[in-house]
Ligand binder design. Structure first.
Ligand code: PGA
Length: 250
């Protein structure tokens, strides 16, 4: 049985007090409705220490949205994987399309980030996905295959077994446009085949999350697909009731 996961990527939203309120609302609703999916929240760096304490014993896991590609030292403005582990993070989102697009995140950097994360007991939620023009040119399979090969194929099987993948078509992120459940299943199945080509049976256990305008009204149909194991949720994760409704959509 693959793990089912619903992760909230808060991006650069909420002040610390808004973040505390949101987490407390999520925890209250979670207690009432007991969703079967594992819940993860990924607030901004400034919130992690505080929210880590709020989450203790709750069963909701903490993630960061990025980490440095170096271990420690003179890298002004960066936050290392070991610091994130020490503050209570279990997960780290890596390779989000916004980081690739706006902050020059390359596969070479992501290789380092994935390895440092794993070495510091953080589970990478590794994001892949094509842009609109790539989908329109029918290149989406090629694009995700490249993204996977360049970063994950160098891992040994033991490390690969810890990876979570998030497929997020760039044209669906924050646009209100969602992939259809058939489009999601088609490419999730392909992603699993690419992973199986390298790592064999281990790929059957890799959670592959869908992300991109996922909301309570469309989550159930997408999550019902056999190769979709949950979601990476942006906008809708900022509303506790929507986040929990998505988590209950399995
Ligand atoms: P969205 O973002 O749900 O707001 O489209 C998803 C993401 O970027 O992780």
């Amino acid at each position: 049985m693959r793990k089912k996961i619903v992760a909230g990527n808060w991006k650069m939203n909420t002040t610390i007090s808004e973040g505390e309120l949101l987490v407390n609302q999520i925890l209250t609703l979670k207690k009432e409705s007991q969703p079967e999916a594992e819940l993860i929240v990924a607030p901004p760096f400034t919130h992690l220490a505080t929210i880590s304490k709020l989450l203790q014993g709750s069963g909701v896991a903490l993630s960061s949205q990025n980490c440095a590609d170096e271990l420690s030292g003179a890298y002004t403005g960066e936050v290392s994987a070991s610091m994130l582990n020490a503050v209570g993070c279990e997960y780290v989102i890596l390779g989000h399309s916004e980081r690739r697009e706006y902050y020059g995140e390359t596969s070479a950097k992501l290789v380092k980030k994935v390895k440092l994360s794993l070495a510091n007991n953080l589970t990478p939620i590794f994001c892949i996905g094509e842009k609109l023009e790539e989908r329109e040119a029918n290149k989406h399979f090629e694009v995700v295959e490249e993204q996977i090969k360049e970063v994950l194929f160098g891992l040994d099987p033991e490390d690969f077994a810890k990876i979570v993948i998030a497929y997020e078509p760039v044209w669906a992120i924050g646009t209100g446009k969602t992939a259809t459940s058939a489009q999601a299943q088609e490419i999730h199945k392909y992603i699993r085949e690419v992973l199986a080509g390298k790592f064999g049976e281990l790929a059957q256990n890799t959670p592959i999350l869908y992300g991109g305008s996922c909301k309570p009204s469309n989550a159930a149909e997408i999550f019902a697909q056999p190769d979709v194991d949950g979601g990476l949720i942006g906008g809708a994760s900022l509303v506790a009731a929507d986040f929990i409704a998505i988590a209950k959509a399995f």
